[in-house]
Design a protein around this ligand. Structure first.
Ligand code: NAD
Length: 408
């Protein structure tokens, strides 16, 4: 068996943890088109703030030059798969990664896609590679799909602890052995499948199910508020039934939940199926910024104030508490609205990248003596340590707005 030479393509939230693990066993290349990212990674700096320099080892090689990775023989693609403005899948990153591989593909090479995609897309890219290289999949090269479940900021469900789906449609022992050798370093538990389309579908439905469940709780929260019903008490009572599933309402952002329903619905639409339920959570979850702003307006109204005339502090800007990722952040949308509509708004989030902090004037420290008219918590306060413990005191005038109980 020839030596396994892995290369991770795309070194963001998904690709970096992967390469840090795989390089413990194999000399591994990391390729990214973002030169700044490569420069930082060469200096062992992760601007996503997920890893310290001590997590980097010496068998890592970072590059933006495709020539450097042409000797590799096990490519894992982790590039972004967002949606376009019209919510159709944006496959530009993935297509360009596949086209790059087509120029360096050799006999017996193995390629895995880890980016989230819709069912059937691995096969489409397999066809593209065959057309561009005149090589045959499952004879000359091998291609699989392994969806990613990494959860940035999560110290319990780390890459190593998460069950990893690995799918490839081959019986060739030498290939399966290489695949297992690589993925066993990544995860303690491999869930193997020969059905690539099933693995592709499993990934998107995991996120769609979560998006829908949160949307349902968000909608129930809106109804309860309107009808002056105690939402918390409603949930306390309902969850005493054995089969009630408890999900919390909240802001849904990031690269996965607000995106994946559109991937599945796009392939459904191509096959003349309208994915009504799949998409039904999107509008509710995207609309929760209005709920937060209404809470703020009502709170200020009681003090005879308006957004325009108030000094407001927003806590938590990234899409999820305790991480740097700003993609599809509703918190950030709310901040931008306030910046436009109030002359005195500040935001605090120590986790976001320095560049963003500077660009958007995010404050470094909360001065508790500062006389804010309202402090809105859009991130879980426990992620900031003890610093906000005594914020909700009489001296501070109970200025906290906590739409999703992130402060409590
Ligand atoms: N972030 C998550 O929590 C998460 C979880 C599960 C699955 N995913 C999926 O994993 C994929 C990657 O997401 P991410 O969060 O790591 O994205 P990311 O933006 O953090 O990182 C992607 C990296 O790929 C690079 N890139 C873009 N095009 C490239 C190309 N053609 N060649 C090489 N590098 C390229 C970018 O410069 C970037 O550094 C997406 O499909 C996403 O849906 C993400």
């Amino acid at each position: 068996m020839n030596k396994i030479k892995p290369c991770i393509i795309g070194l963001g939230y998904v690709g970096l943890p992967l390469i840090l693990n795989i390089s413990k066993k194999f000399k591994t290349f990391g390729f990214d088109v973002n030169k700044k990212r490569i420069t930082n990674l060469k200096k062992k700096i992760d601007t996503n703030k997920e890893f310290l320099s001590s997590a980097f080892n010496n068998s890592l090689q970072f590059t933006c030059n495709p020539k450097d990775i042409k000797e590799c023989n096990f490519y894992i693609i982790c590039v972004p798969t967002p949606v376009l403005k019209n919510k159709k899948p944006d496959l530009n990153n993935l297509t360009s990664a596949i086209k790059m591989i087509s120029k360096i593909l050799k006999i017996n090479d193995i390629i895995f896609i880890e980016s989230t995609i819709y069912p059937g897309l691995t096969e489409e890219y397999r066809n593209l590679l065959e057309k561009k290289t005149n090589l045959k999949c499952n004879k000359d090269f091998f291609m699989g799909y392994s969806p990613e479940r990494v959860n940035p900021g999560d110290k319990v469900y780390t890459l190593k602890n998460i069950n990893k789906i690995v799918s490839i449609d081959t019986d060739k022992k030498s290939v399966l052995s290489k695949v297992l050798k690589v993925y066993k370093i990544v995860s303690k538990k491999i869930v193997f499948s020969k059905e690539i389309k099933s693995a592709e579908t499993a990934k998107v439905i995991e996120n769609i199910q979560r998006d829908l469940n949160i949307a349902l709780m968000n909608e129930i929260l809106l109804i309860c508020k309107k009808l002056k019903i105690n939402f918390k008490e409603v949930v306390r009572l309902a969850e005493t039934k054995w089969n009630f599933l408890k999900f919390n309402p909240g802001l849904v952002g990031g690269h996965c939940l607000p995106v994946d329903p559109y991937y599945l619905s796009s392939i459904a639409a191509k096959n003349k199926i309208k994915a009504t339920v799949t998409l039904s959570g999107r509008k509710v979850n995207d609309g929760m910024s209005n709920f937060v702003l209404d809470q703020l307006k009502n709170f200020l109204k009681l003090k005879n104030k308006t957004i325009k005339s108030s000094k407001i502090l927003l806590i938590g800007l990234s899409y999820k508490s305790g991480i740097a990722d700003m993609r599809n952040s509703i918190n950030f949308q709310i901040y931008n609205f306030l910046l436009k509509n109030s002359s005195n708004v500040q935001a605090f989030d120590p986790f976001v990248e320095n560049e963003i902090k500077i660009k958007y004037g995010i404050i470094k420290k909360v001065d508790k003596k500062n006389n804010y008219d309202a402090i809105i918590f859009l991130s879980k306060s426990k992620k900031f340590g003890d610093q906000f413990k005594k914020l909700n005191t009489k001296e501070n005038g109970f200025k906290i707005i906590d739409p999703f109980e992130y402060y409590k």
